[in-house]
Write a protein that binds this ligand. Structure first.
Ligand code: IMP
Ligand code: MG
Length: 179
């Protein structure tokens, strides 16, 4: 993939993302007021969204990280989700909120939520910045969602293209140059 020969098109600006992250943080703070909130952030893609979201959460929150893989360097889910790094111990008493950058097939989120349920938490819900519902392969509706987007490969704000561009502060679409 040679990004030099492609067209970058901004899909979501920095300002749009920040405004939405603030709203989502406020909504989560309100919903989890009487609860014992544990955010589980899925690396690597959600590290930037998680950092912005949790700073908009105004109630006590514990933060853990998990690393999963399925994509490698391609643009399609392999369907085999591997847990590379897990949340340790039992989650009794916690209300878990799994945070990811995007749900595409939904396989990663479904697998992670089912896995975390075996650790005995009170509840397990999910929060994603972006959703591509057209590509869903499993029954999954995000509990908290930033933006529904079309079936296009998106990059930036944590999302990678090859190993790069996670640091771009907005979300963009890469398309083929037709000239
Ligand atoms: P799913 O298991 O197919 O839902 O895919 C989830 C994971 O695939 C996300 O956490 C991302 O890491 C990656 N992914 C899905 N769509 C995109 C995309 O458009 N750009 C970059 N990464 C993506
Ligand atoms: Mg990911």
């Amino acid at each position: 993939m040679d990004i030099e020969k492609k067209v970058w098109e901004v899909l979501l600006s920095e300002e749009e993302i920040q405004t939405r992250a603030k709203q989502m943080g406020e909504e989560i703070s309100n919903d989890y007021k009487e609860k014992k909130l544990l955010v589980v952030s899925l690396l690597k893609g959600s590290f930037i969204f998680t950092a912005d979201l949790v700073r908009r959460i105004s109630i006590p929150v514990k933060i853990e990280f998990m690393t999963t893989s399925s994509y490698g360097h391609g643009q399609e889910s392999s369907g085999n989700i591997n847990i590379i790094s897990d949340v340790k111990g039992d989650l009794t008493g916690y209300d878990v909120l799994v945070v990811d950058d995007i749900t595409d097939s939904g396989l990663t989120m479904k697998y992670v939520m089912e896995h975390l349920k075996t650790k005995n938490p009170t509840t397990v819900k999910c929060c994603v910045l972006l959703d591509k519902p057209d590509r869903r392969q499993v029954d999954l509706v995000p509990d908290y969602l930033g933006f529904t987007i079309p079936d296009k490969f998106v990059v930036g704000y944590g999302l990678n293209y090859g190993d790069y561009y996670r640091n771009v502060p907005y979300v963009f679409v890469v398309t083929e140059q037709d000239r």
